[in-house]
Structure formats: structure tokens, C-alpha cells
Ligand binder design. Sequence first.
Ligand code: ATP
Ligand code: ZN
Ligand code: MG
Ligand code: MG
Length: 467
Amino acid sequence: MELDKMDENGWKYHGEGNKSIVVSHIQHSQVLRFLKYSTEDLEHLHQTSEQALQDIHNIVDFSTHIMRPLLGEINVHHGEPVKLPLDFVKRLALRVEQERPESRTDKVMDQFSGWALCLPNLTKFPDHHREHRPPLCIEIKPKCGFLPFSRQVTKEVKWKVCRFCMHQRLKVSSGVWKRLSKYCPLDLFSGNTQRMYLAIRNLLDEPQNNLKIFRDGELIYGGMDDAGQQHDLNKLTQQLRSYFFPTNMLIQDPPSNKAVLNKLSQVIITALLTSWDAEGPTQPTRDYVPVGRDQCHASLPLLDCLKAHQSLPKDCVLSKILQVQRLDDLDIEGLYPLYKRVERHLVECPEERTRLQIDGPYNEKFLERMRHCPSEDNGSIEYAVGKVHQYRVAMTAKDCSIMITLTPCEGDEILGSTLEIPHSKPKFRSAVSIVDLDPKPYESIPHIYKLDSQIVSNYVKSMQSEP
Ligand code: ATP
Ligand code: ZN
Ligand code: MG
Ligand code: MG
């Protein structure tokens, strides 16, 4: 990328979340990720774009020094900070503004600092040849995959119904979404293929912001932030058919929509259960980690799934994410009093904020502080800070996205790593990576505590009013 020759016409709107806007290059397999700020923040930011630079550095440090070591050898992407010419950024911001969904416009793209992160476009392959079938990319934001196991949980329903399923009720009653999603993260993380099928089927039925499908880098399914948007599964299956069935069969005996979606689910499940390292898939593992007997009462899979063995291959992407999520072992109910302990300590000794690395830097020392946190509460500030740090890391793992990129291998040619779907053709060239590993602010803990009790009371109320 030649920074002095940046042309906004070479880039287009790709997507966004709560914290950032992503634009993709129209030819190269590259994206730029810009931070977003609320308008009040921006007035402040105008004076000092140092904040944006600090945020960008924190993101890179947090992914590199904290999340990557914890997630192990897997594709973790944070990107390279780049300083772009301000006039380019301003014109680009103008260009993407009209593409942005209405529901996201409460925040604006940072066009004052000039800083952004440059990443590979993970919806494509870096070396894809035009003559090959365009790559497919399935993005899943799986959310929290376990029921709290902390003794400090006071509300009984939290033992039975997972946070995602309860939160759905609140989101629908407050109008964030029009329809309930039946997706339950516990099914996806179960390692049981039947439950995983169900989870993916439910994601396809109501993708919300948990599922997106890209073809040739273009969003073709999900991800529309408009609450009322109906997703067209028929259209999707038409676009996907040729990826999973040979051309001659498509003409003679066209597969049903169900058959196409089954294949898609099968490929996704295989990718999620394959053990990966930084290079690609590794030998199938015999090492499994039990995922507990977690079963969410809001999701009702077939009875025999429940009896089945539930575990995840040790090095698959789901088990790596779950392991980090489980650093939240006190639940917000157990964590909140420790947060208050830290707050009291900081009132007495404000200079301790730096030593305790409350706002970073996110370096090896931060990781050590977290790892060496005493296992029992000895009343110390070290314990409280260690637990707060662990909780924030777990929050990041509850909010990240998995990108599965695929393309059928043509003929005998094999480029990069391939996935073989049992009893099925074709083989797929594939890559799995994790994105969105930003640090979650220390200051958001009181909000999470309040939200937790809102989610629970709303859920209990909505259950009582149901026949
Ligand atoms: P959230 O609200 O989930 O925290 P965020 O604001 O932190 O989201 P990201 O999730 O990093 O932002 O990016 C927003 C979207 O942009 C992603 O959901 C994904 O679709 C797309 N995206 C992000 N990084 C890449 C990448 N490297 N390649 C392709 N697409 C990407
Ligand atoms: Zn659930
Ligand atoms: Mg995201
Ligand atoms: Mg994020």
C-alpha cells in the first residue's frame, strides 16, 4: 500500500460492528479497519487524536501479547497500524457513509486521527486465481458457550438458561431485533454434531449479527443490521449449490434446498472441529476436552443428543475460544465486588492505576499478573486485579468472530490447507481465523453487572407471562 497514493475509489464499505468500520480494497485482498466514536467522544478526539492512536496500539498489543498466547497456535489477526493521509480518510468516510445501516449511525468513523489497522481480507484467499470458483466465507460470532459455574451466582435461572438465550428476550422486547433467534451457543460449542447442526440451522434461520456469509468478498447473507430484514434462504441455496454438488448432477437431479444447507452445515462443522495450528489443519487429534454437561433449557435438542458424549477436540477453534471464555469463573456476580475493591483502592492510591495496568499496557507483564492471580481470595488487591483482568480477557473471547474461508479444490490441484468432508466430494481449500480481539474497557464492568440483572429479570418475567 502506497500511503501517499491512496485513492478512496479503490475502497468500499465492507461491514461494521459496534467499535469499528471496515472497508475493503476492490482488487487486493486487504481491508482497513477504522475505529468509531460517538459524537461526544469525537469533539474531544478532535483536539487530541492521540486517543485514537492509543486505542489502536492497545488493540494490537492486546491481541499480540494476551489473546494470541492464550488462544494458542491459530490464525489470530489484529492488523498493522497505518497512518493515512487525512484528506483520503475524509473522502473515504463520505463515500462509505451512505452504505452504512441506519441502526449503526449513532457512531461515526474516526476521520481525525488518520490511524487505522490494515489486515488481510479474510473473506478471500491472498492468492486466489480469477479462474477458480470465488471463495466463500462464513463468519460466526459464537458468543458465550458455557453456563456459569460460579458458586456466587445467586439467580437460579442462570444455571439453566444461557446468557445468549436470555438476552434474546430483552433484545426483542426492547426492539433491537424483531424476532427471537433460536440459536444457542451451548449447542454450537457442544461438540455433538447433531446439536451443532441445530445451532447452524438456527443461525441460518435468524442470523442477526451472529452469522454472515460472503461470496467473493461480498456479503450475500446475514449481517444486515436492520431489525426487520427477512433473510432469503432460497436465494442463498441457489448461490451455494454449485459449491457442493457437481455440475452434471445440478442439471439432472437438482439437490433440494435442504440438501444444500446440510452440506454447508457439514462443511462448517468440519472446519470448527478440525485441529489447526498457524500453518493449517493438523492431524486429527485423539485429545478431547470435555465441555461439561451444559444444556440450555431454552434450546431443546433431540433427547438422544443429550445422552451422547460431549467433548471438543483439544486444538479446534471452538475449544480454544471456550477455554479463554471460561476464565470468567466467578461470573459477573462474583466479579463485581472485586471490581469495587479495585475502585476503592484506586480512590485511596490513584497512582496505583499504572502499576496495576488497569488501562494497559497489555504486555507480558499483564499476562503474568493475570496468570499468577492467587487461586483463592486472600483479600488482596492483587487478587482483585487479577480476576478483573481475567474477566476482561474472557469478555473479549465471548465477543470475537470466527472466519471460515473455503473454496472447492479444482481437479488435483491443492493450494494451502484442505478440508476433507467425510464421505463427500469435493475437497475444500480452507482457512480458519479469529478476528475482533479488542480489549474490553475496565469501565464497562458496572454496566455489565446492571445489564445482567436486567436480562435475568426480563427473562423471568417473560417466562411467567407465557402460557
Ligand atoms: P463488534 O461489534 O462485534 O465488537 P467491531 O466493531 O469490533 O465488532 P469487527 O468485528 O472487527 O468490528 O469488524 C466488523 C466486521 O468487519 C466483522 O464482523 C467482519 O464481517 C468484517 N471484518 C473485520 N475484519 C475483517 C477482515 N480482516 N477481513 C474481512 N472482513 C473483516
Ligand atoms: Zn442457550
Ligand atoms: Mg465483531
Ligand atoms: Mg469488537
